[in-house]
Design a protein around this ligand. Sequence first.
Ligand code: SF4
Ligand code: SF4
Length: 457
Amino acid sequence: MELTEGVSRALHPSEVGGRYRRRRNALSVFLLAVFLLLPWLRIGGRQAVLIDPWNGQFSIFGLALWSHDAPLLLFVVGGAAVALAFVTSVWGRLWCGWACPQTVFVEFVFRRAERWIEGDAVTRRRREAGPWDGERILRKALKWALFTGFALVLSHSFLAYFIGTESLARMMSEAPSRHPGSFAAMGALTAVVLFDFGWFREQFCVLVCPYGRFQSVLMDERSLAVSYDALRGEPRRGSPGSESREGDCVSCNRCVSVCPTGIDIRAGLQMECVACTACIDACDSVMDRMKRPKGLIRYTLGRRADTAGALVRPAAYLAVLLAMIGGAAWVISKREPLEMTWVRAVGAPYEQVVSADGSRDVVNHFHVDLLNQTFEPLRVALRPGPGQASRLAVVAAALPLEVAPGRSRRVDVFVRFGPEGLSEGRGLARLEAVLGSDAWAKDLTFVKEVRLVGPLL
Ligand code: SF4
Ligand code: SF4
């Protein structure tokens, strides 16, 4: 959409072929497949990627996270933001032109369908200027029906990342009245997708996208950018000065006609440029026909000759990124399926009891906090660990202890032991915790050391 003297008119960028277009086509097929198929990928029987803030449950390629893992999520989200800043500082708007869902869906799905139904850019412009005849109405209706179908597929796929494919399939098989909230969310999302990809298009990149707004801060003149070689191109054909020496630009305006944001790259780098490379392909084909070298418009890196300080900004982003990756790796390496915290109960530090055989045992009372960090219900059995004296018993109200997925519970546990293992009233118990789940092929075992207290012998 372009504003001309206060009137907005739809932009119809011409189609373009070329080496960058072919690469972007291939990448878009890959990215579309990833977006549509990823929610259906299963790891260990669970959805591989699930972001369920309502239940505080997140799955990232098999790694089960809960809302209590907020520090780790902070590393993941912060790392993604810093990675984007690093990529932007070095490669400019590479993300926008090649991988952003806005670009991929608009250019490779919606605009492609539009060309198929309404014809190429010239035909569409001609029809736009003409009357609303039957053919135009029919083509528009067909196009918007197809757009609505795409929007429904996209919004359902998008929602599958948040509510899970199983819930999605169940909701789709039931009446909307049973899930009015989800149905309303789906309807609203479909409407937004339809509005954005069907009509608003690159205006989102220019007017709305916060990342687009940050570009100017993250990029500098050393970042990769699509630019016009003015030294070679000017004076362009038909411009003042071209009578004596004509540059390589033949003023065909092909670079402008293919631009999805409607700008002229020859005017210099502009915020509206999403680095889609369409003008590179367009100009290369013109240069080919004119038997001149390609690259009048091309990717350029380091447009500023001086290199002083060139690496400072990317190096700083990279350092922060590596620190965040390191932090996330450290947190993940320390993470166990079950977090178990033993706290001595307040009151008497120990009790002494007499066994049936007349021996005197000591009992220590603990509050044990159990936190299940998996997506499965867990059973936890406690028993004397390897190398532990035989006179040791673990008593709780109900063993094995059951802990629901992502939940924590506190249980009272009593450790009963013979006082002969104590030294100056202190000792150490090696306990073995056995974790089991119906979803696991075999149990997990880990050893927990617990400090004991008893009488001075
Ligand atoms: S496509 Fe190339 S030759 Fe044509 S106007 Fe643009 S820069 Fe000049
Ligand atoms: S100026 Fe070129 S690279 Fe930038 S948005 Fe327009 S066509 Fe794409």
